[in-house]
Design a protein around this ligand. Structure first.
Ligand SMILES: N[C@@H](CCSC[C@H]1O[C@@H](n2cnc3c(=O)[nH]cnc32)[C@H](O)[C@@H]1O)C(=O)O
Ligand SMILES: [Zn+2]
Length: 432
């Protein structure tokens, strides 16, 4: 057994208290085997210094499209529908497997550097994402995104089959760090007949669902008109709500839908930056938390954010949560940290997001000695309101060190940047 002791720092515990403690990690099982007083934690085979640092759960990005880093800054300042149809989808149609690998690598590099250890990915050429995750050492729940609008029946079925096949094939890949889901893009971009047929197939195999829901009013209104019910009521009828499922966004929700989410255990992944940038609206996050909904946090793709830094996202979540509730005490720092760690991990079905014995050893160590993190009245406050991704010193996933002293060990950062730069430029040129 190889053990690693993370020593000399402070530790953020699941009850949001901070204490001086060391953490012992078993690299073979990839779990945390002890957390506690430095005198009581056994010696490790190796030591990683957390002096002047805070050991926290690795952040979990519960909704993204990692390869969309290639489209970062390509098209901004537009609302969702026009942005997707006029700018994003034409370039995505040109993306080859190698392009997706390059964009995903760039996304993973950015995640590791900013203390993110797990993510949910909805995209295509997912075999590339599996390989990228395997090599970089992160954890992911991934799936192939289905769009049937604008496709004939054969094309639509092909998409659905592809999503099922991807979910079946890759579950458990990368030594168990990859899990999968069936991923219809949304309730309006996938036809009802296909949802009915293929969701039931996914259910037969126990495959969870992840999809965009209630993101914009333009997406809610047509369902209300056609079905005479709210989108999530429609989703429940289609058997698309359940304890293993998660929906991205959940911006435009009424009280009935919030109750439905809580009752069924369906998680919502809040994506505040994307919601603000595309002017989609303000999610009722405090209302969801009050109702007992599992709420996670996601960046969405880098083209609508425009980065994958969950520290930024935490600040955005707190800020917009207060505006939405018209209450400065709404969505406080502690709730936000919980959202980005345990909440997201629960949404994705990972035993991560908490520094506790037995949990996955997915961790980040944040430097506390920066001017913008001084003084130390309240470190939970700092994580949400003052820290940034570049404050992360070490990142670990599944008991392995992915970044040590700001050097990413599992990827060649220069090569990743060069490939992404070249492939992004070429794809845009082909599309235009
Ligand atoms: N199989 C589909 C791809 C779907 S992947 C998921 C899709 O979600 C898109 N996407 C990114 N951000 C958002 C968002 O905020 N709302 C809805 N879709 C988004 C993204 O561009 C990507 O096309 C096809 O071949 O068209
Ligand atoms: Zn999305």
């Amino acid at each position: 057994m190889t053990t690693l002791r993370i020593a000399g720092g402070r530790v953020l515990r699941p009850d949001a208290t901070v204490e001086r403690a060391d953490v012992l990690v078993d690299s073979e099982s990839g779990t945390i085997t002890a957390v506690g007083d430095p005198d009581e934690v056994p010696e490790g085979d190796e030591t990683l210094s957390a002096e002047d640092g805070l050991v926290m759960p690795g952040l979990v990005n519960a909704h993204t499209h990692a390869a969309m880093t290639l489209l970062r800054g390509y098209a901004d300042d537009k609302e969702l529908d026009a942005w997707l149809q006029e700018d994003i989808w034409p370039v995505e149609a040109e993306l080859t497997p190698e392009d997706v690998r390059a964009g995903t690598d760039l996304g993973l590099l950015e995640m590791i550097r900013s203390g993110t250890t797990a993510f949910a990915d909805m995209y295509f050429h997912e075999e590339q994402v599996v390989d990228a995750v395997e090599d970089a050492g992160l954890r992911a729940r991934l799936g192939y995104g289905i769009v049937t609008v604008g496709k004939d029946e054969d094309g639509a079925r092909e998409d659905c089959e592809q999503s099922l096949a991807t979910a079946r094939k890759f579950d458990g890949a990368a030594a168990g760090r990859v899990k999968t889901a069936f991923m219809p893009h949304s309730l309006t971009t996938v036809g009802e007949e296909y949802l009915r047929e293929y969701v039931s197939k996914a259910r037969d195999d126990g495959i969870p669902l992840h999809y965009h829901a209630n993101e914009t009013e333009d997406e809610v209104d047509p369902i209300v008109e056609a079905e005479g019910e709210r989108p999530l009521e429609y989703a429940r009828e289609l058997d698309m709500t359940g304890a293993s499922d998660s929906v991205a966004h959940g911006v435009h929700l009424d009280g009935t839908e919030i109750d439905l989410l809580a009752e069924t255990g369906t998680a919502v992944v809040h994506c505040p930056a994307s919601n603000m940038k595309l002017a989609s609206g303000m999610a009722p996050v405090q209302d969801m938390l009050d109702a007992g909904v599992t709420v996670g946090l996601g960046t969405d793709g880098a083209a609508s954010n425009n980065d994958l830094d969950l520290f930024d996202e935490m600040r955005d979540a707190a800020m917009v949560g207060k505006l939405a509730a018209n209450d400065a005490s709404a969505v406080p720092a502690e709730s936000v940290v919980r959202m980005a760690t345990e909440g997201s991990a629960d949404a994705l079905g990972f035993d991560s997001g908490r520094v506790a014995e037995g949990a996955n050893a997915d961790l980040a160590v944040v430097d506390l000695d920066a001017p913008h993190l001084t003084p130390h009245h309240d470190l939970v406050s700092h994580l949400v309101y003052a820290a940034r991704g570049s404050d992360v010193r070490h990142t670990l996933c599944d008991g392995a060190v992915l970044m040590r002293d700001r050097e990413v060990l599992t990827m060649d950062a220069e090569d990743v940047r060069e490939r992404a730069e070249e492939r992004a430029a070429a794809a845009v040129e082909r599309a235009e």
